[in-house]
Design a protein around this ligand. Sequence first.
Ligand code: ZN
Length: 466
Amino acid sequence: MIIIENCAIATVDTAGTEYASGHVVVDGNRIVAVGAGPAPVPAGEGARRVRHVDGTGCLATPGLVNTHHHLYQWITRGLATDATLFEWLTELYPVWARIDAADVHAAARAGLGWLALSGCTTSTDHHYVFPDGAGDVLAAEIEAARSIGLRFHPTRGSMDRGRSDGGLPPDEVVEDIDTILAATEAAIDTYHDPSPEAMLRIGIAPCSPFSVSDRLLAEARQLATRRGVMLHTHLAETTDEEEFCQATHGCTPVEYLDSLGWLGEDVWLAHCVHLSDGAVKRLGATGTGVAHCPSSNARLGAGLAPAADLLEAGVPVGLGVDGAASQESGLLAEELRQALYVARLRGGPTALRARQALAMGTIGGARCIGRQAELGSLEAGKLADIALWRLDGLGHADITDPVAALVLGPPAPLELLTVNGGVVVSGGELRTASHTELAASARAAHRGLMARDPEHPEHTHQGRTS
Ligand code: ZN
């Protein structure tokens, strides 16, 4: 049992209940009490095994839910730093074509450890590069998530439309459709846990309209319906994509997905930056979720997504760090502020409030991935995924409203992060892995990957200095 007391609490429940000083009690993997003032005194067997956490100076919120990421990209950060999406992809596809399972394991451990330190308790991942001879890269990232201790929703991504078929990726990084569908179904058979307490669920995620075929999208739709799993892809990220869709399919990206049965409550889409008013309404009417990735959109100059309009239309909107190669920071807590900034750059100073940003990062993300019944708010009966932010340091102490301090202030240190009732971070330190070891492994994997490309500048640099 864990008893957290004396902290401010933003429950992010439907009524927006908050407490200036309150308690959260965890028994096993569930929250059993949330309220004002001190916790009730525990009785019986549980009373002898209580971990008391004094939350004085802290704010408790639901753990953040990361709705879009590419963990393997952690070891290809800092490349093509001044490029459009298509230029950036064209530079990076050949690098990614050389990754193997050991690279993905190191990258995913680093990326997930970093996410935990920014208050993330559940992360999705979109992995779509499966080079020949790379080993089992999906198993590698699943093992990484198990070792770090985060709740994990990896998607089996895919690309089947190479350059020779009019797509953007080089042919050597695409797979054939039968291989993709068989591997996706095998991943569901092996890993997917449909239970409410699941630590691991598999989704299906063809990469984007410009890297997959109509047939793959249609078959992925059928497979998701048959197996009861979620669908995910990138959509409407850039004007280049809009032009590609118009030229190739004669319609917008949202109309294209709609024609393939790809809008609905079991679908969430990354980005959705370039949408007409009609497309926003259509996403709302179908209950299709959106993973809003404001920092990545800024890094690639993709544009300002209409997140406030999407919320107004009833769309489930979550936050994603995306990247990591298109968003080197990778801190999910920063996306709370970035979401607010982007909404206000588009719509003025009242376009999005701090509490709406926090809701996007928590219950909004849970809705995107179909877990709103058990994640995303601090309520008795929900799973014990809790972030306790320290707000009494120099960066935040003089801001009276704790939610404003969290969202508008610098990323806050974590006093505690629990996932499924287990402690992942305490006292600002990752408890499930060595921070130093994660950094060293990621750096070694990055250098190894770069060294395998004879034409890359870093290879030349290493050659000169070693
Ligand atoms: Zn992405």
